[in-house]
Design a protein around this ligand. Sequence first.
Ligand code: G3P
Length: 223
Amino acid sequence: MKFFIDTANLEQIKEAQALGVLDGVTTNPSLMAKEGISGQANVIAHYKAICAIVDDNVSAEVIATDYEGMIAEGNALAALDNKIVVKIPMIKDGIKALKYFSDKGIRTNCTLIFTAGQALLAAKAGASYVSPFLGRLDDIGADSFGLIEDIRLIFDNYGYETQILAASIRNSVHIVECAKIGADVMTGPLSSILGLLKHPLTDSGLAQFLADHKKAAEAEAAK
Ligand code: G3P
């Protein structure tokens, strides 16, 4: 399973990269705004800064919602760095844009996926990734893991190479459940990745090991 971090915060991206388990970054207009990044020059500089930290897979979302606008923006984003994956919303013109970029060999991530039908359509259009939003489905009491299962089944039925990028991940349980189902990628906050480290028996076990070691060292020194 690939691990992406879902943030535009450079410090968090650096921390995740330093762990040695990071495969990429996803951003969206809300995450960029959260970091105070606005204006074309600043946005471009920020994407370049992210690309300088990670090895590959930096999803950069278009703002345009019409075909020509998405093509122009997507081409400009893709030209920044070959690590860029153009993020396109699940709308009618977005499907046409996915096909255009697929034919051009530019990687895409189709975002705001909430049904298996949307994922199927994006795969047909040649999306490199589809991003079903788990947390937001959970928020409305919908079956988010069922959606991942359905997309996995459909893609496997037809051998689609489009990768399932489980997005809107909120915690480490989401990550593990998506891994069990067979999502290709997960994107979540740093806290969801660090959450995988945690178990109280790990903490108490380590504390006991270190206490026993200290006791034995003190006994040895007292001889
Ligand atoms: O980047 C898309 C998605 O991961 C957003 O997550 O937490 O805002 O629902 P969230």
